[in-house]
Design a protein around this ligand. Structure first.
Ligand code: ATP
Length: 288
């Protein structure tokens, strides 16, 4: 699907296209108090319950069910056009479901809730839309400022260059406008700032495809570290990556979500089983 108009914080009330906005508009769409309040509640589960979604006559999900638990990194694998980004966008409330429910069970004693306004769902996109009129350093300073109360004291005491160092960006690179960053540099920056927020639900839509091997290695570790506090779901077409960092692999095929169980995730048999399952698939595009 086309890149969504959201980058760092994805929320139905605060979607923002950074590529066209002025700083002032951006700030009004990310109220500090609201983002501060959100994210403070840990999440135990993300439940997909009898989910239906179609685009016109094209069925993407039909009675799909799955529960993602906090404490694991989930790999979401599916053919091109099977609906991975659509699922993430429904979870992030960027687009509506047609039927069924998406529920979040936060650690607040209320049980699973379809209304999770007060929970931060962060989405990291394949092609980030960052505010291209800012330099890397300006963007990170601005990001720290608007999220100061959500970031830990450790993070807020760091200066922008510390964040940029984590993204592997030199001082010279950091002073370039984001429009002049390479795609991989933009991706690294997006990942680093998103992970700093420690969102209780983190959705990563093929985020490591353009970063270099060293950065990919570091970011894989950051993603794995996130599972201690978050529900982490990671879509990828790279089997090796799924095998390296995921605790469970969920296949999106034939409009359903299905965990592949009973095989060692690192084995050839597992890889063969994934390919066999996905080869069977009638893709969404085939239906047209
Ligand atoms: N807003 C939309 N209107 C119409 N069709 C859409 C819309 N968004 C997505 N689709 C279609 O839904 C299907 C699933 O798209 P989606 O981007 O979710 O797939 P994906 O699994 O993320 O694909 P890929 O692996 O290629 O990134 C595709 O056929 C796409 O064309």
């Amino acid at each position: 699907m086309p890149a969504a108009q959201v980058t760092i914080l994805s929320h139905r009330r605060f979607s923002a296209d950074f590529s066209t906005m002025s700083t002032g508009k951006y700030a009004t769409l990310l109220p500090i108090d609201d983002t501060t309040r959100k994210g403070s509640i840990p999440v135990k589960q993300l439940q997909i319950d009898q989910l239906d979604k179609s685009f016109d006559k094209q069925i993407i999900f039909q009675d799909a069910n799955y529960t993602f638990d906090q404490g694991k990194v989930y790999g979401l694998l599916g053919r091109n056009g099977s609906g991975k980004s659509t699922l993430f966008n429904m979870i992030a409330r960027n687009i509506p479901t047609d039927g069924g429910q998406i529920l979040i069970d936060a650690d607040d004693g209320r049980g699973p809730q379809a209304d999770y306004e007060d929970i931060t769902v962060s989405m990291v996109y394949t092609q980030p839309h960052l505010p291209v009129f800012m330099t890397g350093a300006e963007f990170v300073k601005f990001f720290i400022e608007i999220n100061s109360r959500r970031l830990t004291a450790v993070h807020t005491s760091q200066n922008a260059q510390d964040f940029l160092d984590m993204a592997g960006l030199s001082e010279a690179d950091s002073n370039k406008l984001l429009r002049d960053f390479s795609e991989g540099m933009r991706n690294k920056l997006q990942m680093v700032v998103s992970l700093m927020l420690k969102p209780p639900v983190l959705l990563l839509d093929e985020p490591l495809t353009t970063v270099d091997v060293v950065a990919a290695h570091e970011m894989q570790q950051m993603i794995v570290d996130m599972k201690a506090d978050s529900v982490v779901v990671f879509s990828t077409h790279i089997m090796q990556l799924a095998q390296d960092i995921c605790d469970a692999v969920v296949l999106l095929h034939n409009h359903q979500l299905e965990e592949l169980t009973g095989l060692d995730i690192h084995s050839q048999a597992f890889e063969d089983a994934v390919i066999a399952r996905l080869t069977d698939e009638v893709t969404a595009d085939d239906q047209q």
